[in-house]
Design a protein around this ligand. Structure first.
Ligand code: SF4
Length: 138
């Protein structure tokens, strides 16, 4: 699966869930996305849910901002297919054949509710767009 396919498919799933919670407050929506809840209520949201697994083995894992808004990708790039826009010290580069991919397995920033509240928007795609725009401001 390409990054873009995943991104669009995940955006659809995210929107469907958020739409179903339209009468809830922002805080209640964020709480709904806690791994302890969403991994049982919406098993198709993430392939790990069916196996009862987490992407990061931490307490209070929240899935609202998966994937991280700092993650950048370009399926058409010849070499760097993905990277971290803030060059986090917790991220790594993964070399696969001739390609470079971002490895976020050591970074949990986007799973904390403090971070999610800072960037919260009911429109998941808009969070990414906003961040990309900010980067490109003069
Ligand atoms: S390394 Fe951390 S901050 Fe950077 S894209 Fe990955 S999860 Fe986000």
């Amino acid at each position: 699966m390409t990054y873009l396919k995943w991104f669009n498919s995940h955006a659809k799933k995210h929107k469907k869930i958020v739409d179903s919670l339209k009468n809830k407050t922002d805080d209640e929506i964020i709480e709904y996305f806690r791994w302890d809840n969403i991994s049982k209520s919406d098993v198709d949201f993430c392939p790990l849910f069916k196996e009862g697994k987490k992407c990061h083995d931490i307490q209070n894992l929240n899935c609202y901002l998966c994937a991280c808004p700092n993650f950048r990708f370009d399926d058409n790039a010849s070499k760097i297919k993905s990277y971290c826009s803030i060059d986090s010290k917790n991220g790594r580069k993964l070399f696969v054949n001739e390609e470079i991919h971002q490895d976020c397995s050591g970074c949990v920033v986007a799973h904390s509710e403090k971070y999610i509240k800072k960037y919260f928007d009911r429109d998941w795609k808009r969070i990414f767009k906003r961040n990309i725009q900010k980067e490109n401001e003069p």
